[in-house]
Design a protein around this ligand. Sequence first.
Ligand SMILES: [Fe+2]
Length: 408
Amino acid sequence: MSAPAYTTAKPVVVSLAELEDGTFFPNRCVCRMVRTLTHRGAGSVASSTLLEAFGPDSLGIIVVTALPARFAELRTRLLSYASHIASLPASTLRALESPGSNYLVGWSCGRETLSADGRADTLKGSYYVNCAYYTSPTLDGAAGADRYPDFPEYTAGNIWPPLDGFEDTCKELCALVIDAAALVARACDRYAADNVAGYTEGYLEHVVKTSTTTKARLLHYFPPPPRGTEEEGEVGEEEQDLDSWCGTHLDHGCLTGLTSAMYVDEAASPPDISRAVELEELAGPPDPEAGLYIRDRKGRVVKAAIPRDALAFQTGEALEKITRGRFKAVPHFVRGMRAGRGGGRVARNTLAVFTREFILSFHLISFPFSPPYWVSDARWLTWRTTSRQSRICGRWLTTRRILRGSQR
Ligand SMILES: [Fe+2]
């Protein structure tokens, strides 16, 4: 079966200064973390631009450029760590797993299924980090583990790999992504205040800034196995659907921040942290079909490229609900490198940061409308009993997805 045809997207691009209306206060220290941005301006992104990025006929993605200079250094360093983590001994990786949090903290590999055929996904490994520290350096996971025992994936403390500098780099880059997400959220708020009846002013920005359930996922797509090996299977990647690596899905939160992917030839540049953290980055994927794809509103497949010096933000289902459908969640998928393309052993590393409501008091504070219109305490209690497998596979009703959120 040949791969479906696709076109290349031209996403909407805005600068950080436009989002912040030119008011920029870099490097304000907040406790241990370095907040790279301080938000002061109202933003100058036109409503028409936001509608073009997130509206009913959009690709559901906006690219933010002109980031702080430190972004490039942090991106290279953190994405290199993904290869270093994946190359740790198997016994070390097992010790970094967190079964108690449903493998949604620390190292996780083979715990999800590929939607294409239901196989366990061993094509990529992930390192999950709870970003509650963003709201307070004293938090290491959302508060309330004793009151909400069914949400360990958010209340569990982080597990850090035995790699010097990883924790600081991860926290700093994720904070930068959340800072930028808050500015995108502010622009969404301005649009929603003018176009969504009853919308609470500043709601989405408040969510992004104060949520303790924001989750980061550092992804490592392993180099594809050589052609014809047992690991590759009888059907080559070339013959599978484009979305065979990470099935088509919607993110469930508000805004998902994405870095561009780093491609590393791990044969030419083996991960050896004793020599250096930063790995040599390829100019691009040797396989031109590797990368992020979006299904547009007419069902067409569109390949989206994120510039190396930029961040992209995708819409999730919660944002669609919050704006009562004015902004649409975007179906998307990722394809890794195929075997035999470009030679070497090329891995793909990237970072996704999922912002979402503070679920533990979701039914009390997280609705922009009054009264809440799609949840009740009784249903809330029912949702909490849903199985772990359902959570991981993402087979939730829309409302459930808002509560739990996708990590893909
Ligand atoms: Fe996703």
